[in-house]
Design a protein around this ligand. Structure first.
Ligand SMILES: Cc1cc2nc3c(=O)[nH]c(=O)nc-3n(C[C@H](O)[C@H](O)[C@H](O)COP(=O)(O)OP(=O)(O)OC[C@H]3O[C@@H](n4cnc5c(N)ncnc54)[C@H](O)[C@@H]3O)c2cc1C
Length: 432
C-alpha cells in the first residue's frame, strides 16, 4: 500500500498489518522486522513510515472510566477527538492536547506530545498512569513510571521504536464549560513578544502566531493568544462536519507573495493591542481541524514542518537569528507558531525543554533543505533541538547534538533486541 504521513512527503510502498488479538500481533512481530506502529498518520515526516506497518487505528475501544479519579482506560488507537466527543459533555477534557484532535493515544505517547500549556502541565505522558506494550519478543509489558522506569523513559517520546502500545490509562481534567476566555495580544517585535509571554505566564494556555517574513525592527511581531476555561456550566461538544480541500493545489499557488498577503491580512485584522473574546474548544485548540486535508494546499510535492526548541537563555538571540535567516531566504510560512515551555521531563527522546519553540511549515521545493540545514546550525549553536515527530530530513549529526540521552536510548534498544525489530525511515536516517 502507498503510505505517507501528514506532510505527504515521502510516499512509500509498505506492507500494512492489522491484527485481531494479541496472538495475531505477536505473530506479525515474530515474522517481520523493519516494523513500525502507525496511528493516524498525523506526524509530518517519516517517523511512522517503514517497510512494514502495524495499523493501530482499528484498536479504538474505550475500556473503562473511573469517574472518581478521572482515569480513562482506552485502546491505543482511540483518537483524542473520540475522547472529546464522549467526555466534554460530562465535564472532562484532556490534560494535554496538541493543535489537532485527530491523533491517537498511542501516537500521543510515542511522540510525548505537548500542547499550549507545557509551561504548566508538561507533556502528554505526564497524564499517563500506565500503558500496555507488546515488545520485540512478542511479550506484553505493563509499564508505569514507577514499575518500569527505563521502558517508560524509552517509550514516552520513543517514536514507536520500543514496541506497539496496545492500551493506556490516562487522567482527564475536570472542566465546567466548553468555552474559553481568550485574550489576544498584538505585539510589534520580538522584544514585545517575549515580554507578553512573560506577562501572561500565569495563563494556562498560550500560543503565538508570528509573522515570519517581517524584517528589521518588526522581526518577531505576533498575535499572542492566551486563555483559560470559563466556569459558566455550559457543556456541549459535537464533532462538526469538516469542509475539505478536495485536491492538491498547484504548488506555485503558495509562494512568498501569497504568504506575505496572508500575513498582512491576518495580523492586520486585529486592531487593538489587547482584545478579549469568548471562544469554544475547537476554535481555541484546533483551528486547523476545521478544514479537512488542508495539507493539500502545499501541492503534490508535499511539505514539512520545521520545529525547533531553544533553551530559555538562548531563545531570544536564536529566534532573532533564525527569523532573520528565514526572511532573507524569502521562503515564507503561513503557519509560524511560537510556544513557551516549562522544564524537561527526563524521557530520553522527549522534545520539550525549558524555553521557546518555533514551528514553521514549508512546501517541499528546490533549496528548502539547504535552508533548513543552515537553520539547524543556528539551532545547535544555541543548544536547541529538532522535534522528531515533525521531521523528515535532519542529519544524524544534528539530531545527536540535540538529544544528549541518545546513547542511553540506543543501548537500551540494543539490549532489548528492539533495534533490529522496530525501525522507521527516520530511525534509520538518524541512526537510532
Ligand atoms: C495540525 C497538526 C497540529 C499538531 N500540533 C501538535 C502540537 O501542538 N504538539 C505536538 O506535540 N504535536 C503536534 N502535532 C503532531 C502530532 O501530535 C504527533 O505527530 C502525533 O504523534 C501524531 O499521532 P498519530 O496517532 O497520528 O501517530 P502517527 O503519526 O501515526 O505516528 C507518530 C509516531 O508515533 C508512533 N506510534 C503511533 N501509534 C503507536 C502505538 N500504538 N505504539 C507505539 N508507537 C506508536 C509511530 O510509530 C510514530 O513514530 C500536530 C500535528 C498536526 C497534523
Amino acid at each position: 500500500m502507498n503510505l505517507m504521513s501528514w506532510g505527504m512527503y515521502p510516499r512509500i510502498e509498505s506492507n500494512v498489518f492489522k491484527f485481531d488479538g494479541e496472538e495475531s500481533l505477536k505473530h506479525v512481530i515474530n515474522e517481520h522486522s523493519e516494523l513500525i506502529p502507525y496511528g493516524n498518520g498525523r506526524s509530518y515526516g517519516d517517523s511512522a513510515l517503514s517497510r512494514n506497518i502495524v495499523d493501530l487505528r482499528p484498536k479504538n475501544h474505550f475500556i473503562d472510566f473511573d469517574e472518581d479519579n478521572g482515569l480513562l482506560h482506552v485502546q491505543a488507537g482511540v483518537m483524542l477527538a473520540e475522547i472529546l466527543e464522549a467526555f466534554v459533555l460530562r465535564g472532562w477534557f484532556l490534560k494535554v492536547t496538541p493543535g489537532t484532535k485527530l491523533i491517537t493515544v498511542g501516537g500521543a505517547i510515542a511522540s510525548d506530545i505537548h500542547g499550549k500549556n507545557h509551561h504548566v502541565a508538561g507533556c502528554f505522558c505526564e497524564c499517563v498512569e500506565d500503558f500496555k506494550i507488546m515488545l520485540a519478543d512478542g511479550t506484553i509489558a505493563s509499564c508505569s513510571k514507577k514499575t518500569a522506569p527505563e521502558l517508560w523513559k524509552a517509550t514516552c517520546g520513543g517514536m514507536g521504536l520500543t514496541g506497539v502500545i496496545l492500551a493506556a490509562r490516562i487522567y482527564l481534567k475536570k472542566i465546567n464549560s466548553h468555552y474559553i476566555n481568550q485574550t489576544t495580544i498584538k505585539t510589534r517585535n520580538l522584544k514585545e513578544t517575549f515580554a507578553a509571554f512573560e506577562e501572561y505566564r500565569d495563563k494556562p494556555y498560550s500560543v503565538a502566531w508570528i509573522d515570519c517574513l517581517a524584517r528589521g525592527d518588526d522581526i518577531g511581531k505576533c498575535l499572542l493568544m492566551v486563555g483559560d476555561f470559563r466556569d459558566d456550566g455550559q457543556l456541549d461538544y459535537r464533532l462538526k462536519p469538516q469542509k475539505t480541500i478536495p485536491f492538491n493545489f498547484p504548488s506555485f499557488a503558495l509562494n512568498n507573495w501569497s504568504v506575505r498577503a496572508f500575513n498582512k491580512l491576518y495580523y492586520g485584522r486585529v486592531k487593538e493591542r489587547v482584545t478579549r473574546q469568548k471562544v469554544d474548544i475547537d476554535t481555541f485548540f484546533y483551528p486547523l481541524d476545521a478544514i479537512g486535508h488542508w495539507n493539500r494546499i502545499y501541492g503534490k510535492p508535499g511539505f514539512t514542518q520545521y520545529q525547533f526548541i531553544l533553551p530559555k537563555e538562548t531563545s531570544y538571540k536564536g529566534l532573532e537569528e533564525i527569523l532573520g535567516a528565514i526572511a532573507d531566504s524569502g521562503k515564507g510560512s503561513f503557519l509560524a507558531v511560537l510556544k513557551l515551555y516549562g522544564e524537561a521531563n527526563g524521557n530520553w527522546l522527549s522534545f520539550p525543554m525549558e524555553g521557546y519553540s518555533l514551528a514553521l511549515d514549508f512546501k517541499i521545493e528546490k533549496g528548502l533543505f539547504e535552508l533548513l540545514d543552515s537553520l539547524d546550525k543556528i539551532v545547535i549553536k544555541h543548544l536547541g533541538r529538532i522535534y522528531l515527530t515533525k521531521d523528515v530530513r535532519v542529519s544524524r549529526e544534528t539530531f545527536e547534538k540535540g538529544y544528549p540521552e541518545i546513547e542511553t536510548f540506543r543501548k537500551y534498544r540494543k539490549d532489548q533486541n528492539m533495534d533490529t525489530k522496530f525501525q522507521s525511515l527516520q530511525s534509520k536516517r538518524v541512526g537510532i
